[in-house]
Design a protein around this ligand. Structure first.
Ligand code: NAP
Length: 485
């Protein structure tokens, strides 16, 4: 059913004052370039975590709705895969231009539903749009290869082809960037997609889909299925087990990633997983302390600590431990907590009650086992050492030497990002090579960019996003062998 015509009415009656005047706010899901309700008619509420206010309702879609969206994407693929690289590039560029034209409104929608301070939301939108910009260029650079044949009667060539329908399941902590990082690469490669955004942040996803349609991206190429947390498992199962879906790209927690990986085995899907981190952040005694503290604030407190590449364990060399912690305390005092929409606020709320409770319990566990708030001792038995905190809690641990800190830093099953500060060139090379992670920040606390390969090792995931490697997740190599006289 096409209900575009009814949309202003739906918005006027359902959306809260806070976002009512925004032209990109939608309260229906997006399938086949149509705004659709759940077939059951059910909806769920989207709330502002800063004040608990209900922002609006979106469809609570189920198995049938998801199968319908997959079907649509499967049909659309039959045409989209045959578009030229240039056609896809031009459409992605148009989408990028519209995303840029509407960046302020997207940032405000994101702040309303995620609590992220407005300045950070604006930063994420710029980062997110950057992936569409990047992949509009990369679409035209998906090369094949001709190899020297071992016989005189055969010529051999490898070309890249799109895998088919890509299912994209994304988290709430980067409501825009986790979508564009996947969808940009998928579309550039010639794939169509079905996006399942997080329950907490569907409005940003729908706003971006709206602009994709306005950019002229054909119907069925991008579809957004919204659902509540209670339906996430059933919707996810369709996406993982449908033979019409060729690949799954998931960003989220390690536990859910493992479950989806298992489900994808039944149809031997291409799988790309960006999972949880437990990033070490090491400050050696040769480091520039001011830079290391500044990096900590960016790396630990951005998005209220709710990023997968956040510093999770700060290791500070003994000789500079007290000095570093004193400087960090001073810097932390400069942060301002409040509603993300208010001026000057650097720390918004945590995303929901469950997250707030988890962070509180991690601190209580650490204190019970001997840590002091602000300054204290952390040992390896504490949950705060072993688990991803995902909150504004900086855990500082002293260490004696490089060998010791590398052993401790590598002693987890996570391997997403790692950071260290040092001005000793030999040490920089040694530590960069030995940290067991997919990404290393060296004298730098912020490392993400569309041009660079993002991803982890160990239980932090498989595959890479961004960079030219991002396209590989959505394409396969086809070998062509030409026989002749
Ligand atoms: P999550 O619970 O795993 O949720 C992520 C997404 O999966 C959401 O859309 C969620 O839907 C959905 N989901 C949950 N259970 C599912 C199931 N059984 N089947 C299918 N889908 C399901 O993760 P989160 O707590 O929202 O996000 C935080 C985690 O993401 C952290 O561990 C963080 O490190 C990780 N992360 C990793 C990266 C990276 O690039 N490596 C980037 C950002 C975040 P609902 O929202 O409806 O539950």
């Amino acid at each position: 059913m096409n209900v575009i015509g009814k949309l202003p009415f739906v918005i006027a009656t359902r959306l809260s004052q806070q976002i009512r005047n925004m032209s990109l706010v939608r309260s229906l899901a997006f399938v086949n370039n149509q705004w659709v309700p759940a077939s059951s008619g059910e909806t769920f509420e989207v709330t502002n975590p800063a004040n608990g206010q209900v922002l609006g309702q979106v469809p609570d879609m189920d198995v049938d709705d998801t199968e319908q969206a997959v079907n649509v994407a499967f049909e659309a693929f039959k045409t989209w895969e045959h578009t030229t690289a240039k056609e896809r590039s031009v459409l992605l560029r148009k989408w990028y231009n519209l995303l840029e034209d509407n960046k302020d409104e997207i940032a405000r929608i994101m702040t309303a539903e995620s609590g992220k301070p407005l300045s950070e939301a604006a930063g994420e939108v710029a980062y997110a749009n950057g992936f569409i910009d990047w992949f509009s260029e990369e679409a035209r650079r998906i090369p094949g290869e001709i190899v020297a044949s071992p016989t005189q009667t055969k010529e051999m060539m490898m070309i890249r082809r799109p895998i088919g329908v890509a299912a994209l399941i994304t988290p709430w902590n980067f409501p825009a960037a986790m979508i564009t990082r996947k969808a940009g690469a998928a579309l550039a490669a010639g794939c169509t997609c079905v996006i399942k955004p997080a329950e907490d942040t569907p409005l940003t996803a729908l706003a971006m889909a709206d602009l994709a349609a306005k950019a002229g991206i054909p119907k069925g190429v991008i579809n957004v299925v919204t659902c509540s947390r209670k339906k996430a498992a059933e919707v996810g199962r369709v996406l993982c087990t449908s033979p019409q879906v060729a690949g799954l790209s998931f960003t989220g927690s390690t536990n859910v990633g493992k479950l989806l990986y298992e489900q994808c085995a039944s149809t031997v899907k291409r799988v790309s997983l960006e999972l949880g981190g437990n990033a070490p952040y090491i400050v050696f005694e040769s480091a520039d302390l001011e830079a290391a503290v500044k990096g900590t604030i960016a790396c630990k407190f951005r998005n209220c600590g709710q990023t997968c590449v956040s510093a999770n364990r700060l290791f500070i060399q003994e000789s500079i431990f007290d000095q570093f912690v004193a400087k960090l305390e001073e810097a932390v005092k400069g942060l301002k907590v409040g509603d993300g929409a208010a001026a000057g606020v650097t720390q918004g709320p945590l995303i929901n009650d469950a997250q707030a409770t988890k962070v509180k319990q991690l601190v209580e566990d650490a204190v019970k086992k001997g840590a002091k708030v602000h300054l204290g001792d952390v040992d390896h038995s504490m949950r705060v050492f072993n688990e991803e905190i995902f909150g504004p809690v900086a855990v500082c641990i002293p260490f004696k030497n490089e060998e010791e800190v590398l052993a401790i830093a590598n002693s987890t099953r996570s391997g997403l990002a790692g950071y260290f500060y040092s001005n000793n060139l030999s040490q920089i090379w040694r530590v960069a090579k030995r940290l067991e992670v997919g990404m290393v920040g060296i004298n730098e606390g912020l490392l993400s960019a569309p041009e660079a390969a993002f991803g982890g090792i160990k239980e932090s995931g498989i595959g890479r996003e961004g960079s030219h490697y991002g396209i590989e997740e959505y394409s396969y190599i086809k070998y062509l062998c030409f026989g002749h006289d």
